[in-house]
Design a protein around this ligand. Structure first.
Ligand SMILES: C[S@@+](CC[C@H](N)C(=O)[O-])C[C@H]1O[C@@H](n2cnc3c(N)ncnc32)[C@H](O)[C@@H]1O
Length: 245
């Protein structure tokens, strides 16, 4: 069966089985090969976010929502002094994360928690909450709950931060690719159970800003300079900074 990304990465058959499962089961299946796919947030994005957050830290305690195999926990470990926690509902992803990101002597303690981020077991525990590459798994109507959970997990004054790319230019290759992907997923989810929610075009900055403000955050953005500007001068990628007031 064809290799989709690299010879060591998941085959087309493995990806198809994953895509016909629930989100949780799908990631359990993909976990051993997840870091060989483009679905893991690239180091370039992680580095740009870490660089933008350094002047706002250091932070005592950090949380990575939908941590997967631990990409964002690496970032938190650079920024947080006491402890960092990765939370995900896929036991398979957490197993890989545990061996990929151990606690290191002299660094913050690294913890892993299995939970659905729509119902987190944390109240006022963290100073920084981050999330990478996972918001496509939430329907727009689920976002108020998700943002309320991030808000509740933070101490007053704490920061919820995540990168967000500008939408692709209408008519570009990326525009049609995301449009086609979302269309295929809508057909799949209309015809097949369990659903696998993953959409690229459902997280627009303007709506997200309003929803974060309604959840009790003061919202600002920083350009991620490493990704340059669009022809109209706006940044290709931003860091959204939502501070618990
Ligand atoms: C595309 S992966 C991103 C992983 C990692 N953040 C990264 O950037 O490489 C999405 C992750 O979100 C997790 N996830 C999706 N919905 C979730 C939910 N409701 N609660 C907890 N984890 C969830 C999946 O299990 C998966 O590990």
């Amino acid at each position: 069966m064809a290799d989709v990304f690299t010879p060591q990465g998941p085959s087309l058959r493995e990806l198809a089985v994953q895509a016909l499962s629930s989100i949780e089961r799908g990631y359990d299946l993909l976990a051993p090969k997840f870091d060989l796919t483009p679905f893991r947030t690239p180091d370039r994005v992680l580095d740009a976010v870490a660089e933008a957050l350094v002047p706002l830290g250091p932070f005592p305690a950090g949380l990575d929502l939908c941590c997967g195999t631990g990409a964002g926990v690496h970032v938190l470990a650079e920024l947080c002094e006491r402890h960092v926690t990765g939370v995900d509902f896929s036991a398979g992803m957490l197993t890989v994360a545990r061996s990929a990101v151990p606690s290191v002597a002299g660094g913050p303690e690294v913890r892993w928690v299995r939970a659905d981020v729509r119902s987190l077991p944390f109240r006022r525990c963290f100073d920084l909450v981050v999330s990478f590459g996972a918001f496509g798994h939430f329907l727009p109507e689920e976002r108020p709950v998700l943002f309320a959970q991030a808000h509740a997990a933070l101490r007053p004054g704490g920061l919820f931060a995540f990168p967000l790319g500008a939408p692709p230019r209408v008519g570009s290759g990326a525009y049609w690719a995301t449009w086609g992907f979302d269309g295929a997923m809508r057909i799949r989810n209309a015809l097949w159970r369990p659903r696998f929610v993953m959409y690229y075009r459902t997280f627009p900055l303007s709506e997200v800003r309003e929803e974060l403000a309604r959840a009790g955050f003061a919202v600002s953005t920083l350009p991620l300079h490493a990704f340059g500007k669009r022809p109209d001068g706006s940044p290709r990628a931003r860091l959204v900074l939502a501070r618990r007031e």
